[in-house]
Ligand binder design. Structure first.
Ligand SMILES: *[C@@H]1O[C@H](CO)[C@@H](O)[C@H](O)[C@H]1NC(C)=O
Length: 452
């Protein structure tokens, strides 16, 4: 669903490289006066942007309006200006960063400017007291963006920039919960750990009413699938292509080929396959439990749950580090989950027909604050949205291991045996369908099923 937009952005990058200087003549058409000193009669505001911070790729409404209940204006221009940074290949050259995209909200009131880059201007020079346009913030890493307005009362009296007509916003560095923290590449913990991972669904007609499927028996979650693994293994990751198995999970809520892909990597990047039962009608909010092991090498976990119906949307975390910076095992964490897009189906809403995305797009956040009314995320900010589910990760116990000790190469250490049976006993609904592989790694430690 992103390919068109990226093409668009790419085109802009080329434009930027050819038009290094941003400043352009913004005086009202036909005017031969200088701008007056801004007197506070008009104000530019990015609605919903708190603390002068923007969320990357979020769609914002930018409003230009009078502040005294009597002034009106005839023409305006709103422009976005990006930061500049030094060209790494030529330190004397500055490269402008992408300032996001300004676009008209309504073609009767605003249009793209022919004169200035990244600018919109009035469509008609009638008297108005306010106007709103869209600004889609740039992707992460583009620093700060300055939005500035020119506003004209008439051809003689006009204002430009200055305090009330300028707003500078910098990237909001706070991340949603399900974006994994920095990795601890040198995990120095010696003991092994046993964790419980619980998934609880939150998606419902009450929490997410807009476009929620009409029939209550239709919505369901796929099985919970994941792995504990080392730093090289990738189950899924924003910016990379989903595997075939992952695509099957995201599009069809079918986890079987993803499980096979994970199982193949056991002992080769993966420690434990995480597996929990998915719930549907009347059980949507019942937690699913699963257990897994982590160790010095395999101290990350990744997991995903698809929800149906949806184009290719799923919930999950990836490469979440359980080994804390002080080299102890994380004790407990709750993580709110928001939808991700697997990049394989271009549908816009839960019940859109299948539209294969070709070529396949990278995994990315589902487009939030969409300006398409057919999207469940129409003008919804991720910060105002209810999570669709949550993970609860909890350390159950640790197993003493000596750091110096040679890694055992054949049989699992005797101490692990009782754990295995304890875990099997915990399994209730789903019996372990996997033939035990003769490996020191347990192929499946989960005890999927309900515990009420
Ligand atoms: C899930 O996918 C596998 C193969 O990819 C297929 O054999 C199986 O029938 C599918 N399960 C369901 C419930 O559709």
């Amino acid at each position: 669903m992103f390919s068109f937009r990226y093409l668009f952005i790419l085109t802009f990058y080329y434009l930027v490289n050819n038009a290094i200087s941003f400043r352009c003549d913004r005086r009202p058409y036909g005017s031969n006066t200088q701008a007056s000193e801004p007197d506070g009669r008009f104000k530019l505001e990015v609605l919903g942007a708190e603390n002068n911070a923007y969320i990357p790729e979020q769609l914002y409404v930018v409003q230009l309006r009078e502040t005294d209940d009597e002034s009106s204006f005839t023409s305006f221009m709103i422009s976005a200006e990006g930061d500049v940074k030094q060209d790494p290949r030529n330190p004397r050259r500055m490269i402008p960063l992408y300032p996001g995209e300004l676009r008209p909200q309504n073609s009767a009131t605003a249009k793209f400017s022919d004169r200035c880059l990244y600018s919109v201007e009035h469509a008609m020079s009638s008297h108005k007291t306010s106007v709103e346009v869209y600004w889609q913030a740039p992707s992460s890493g583009n620093g700060c963006v300055t939005l500035r307005a020119m506003v004209a009362v008439n051809n003689e009296v006009w204002f430009e920039d200055g305090g009330p007509l300028t707003q500078k916003l910098c990237e909001d560095m706070r991340q949603p919960d399900d974006v994994a923290p920095q990795l601890n590449y040198k995990c120095g913990v010696c003991d092994e750990a046993k964790y419980e991972l619980t998934f609880t669904g939150i998606w419902s007609r009450n929490t997410h009413p807009y476009l929620y499927p009409e029939n209550d028996w239709v919505p369901k979650y796929s099985d919970l699938v994941g792995a504990s693994h080392n730093a090289d293994y990738i189950l899924w990751m924003p910016g990379t292509l989903a595997s075939d198995g992952f695509k099957d999970l995201a599009e069809h809520a079918n986890s079987s080929s993803l499980e096979a892909e994970i199982r193949e990597k056991i002992g080769d990047g993966v420690r434990t396959l995480i597996k929990g039962k998915g719930h549907g009608y009347r059980k949507m909010n019942i937690p699913t439990y699963s257990f897994f092991r982590a160790d010095k090498e395999n101290h990350l976990f990744s997991a995903a749950v698809a929800f149906h119906p949806s184009p290719d949307w799923f919930l999950g975390v990836t490469r979440f580090d359980l080994c804390s910076e002080d080299n102890t095992w994380l004790v407990e964490r709750e993580l709110n989950l928001y939808p991700w897009d697997a990049g394989t189906d271009s549908g816009i809403s839960y019940e859109s027909p299948n539209i294969q995305t070709f070529p396949q797009d990278a995994v990315a956040r589902v487009e939030m604050s969409s300006y398409d009314r057919n999207s469940p995320f129409y003008e919804v900010d991720i910060k105002d949205m209810h999570p669709f589910g949550k993970f609860h990760i909890k350390l159950i116990r640790t197993y003493h291991r000596d750091c110096e000790e040679e890694e055992p190469t054949e049989e699992p250490p005797a101490t692990e045996a009782p754990e295995t049976s304890e875990e099997s006993a915990e399994a209730s609904e789903e019996t372990n369908p996997e033939p035990a592989a003769p490996s020191r790694y347990q192929t499946q430690l989960d005890s999927a099923g309900d515990r009420r």
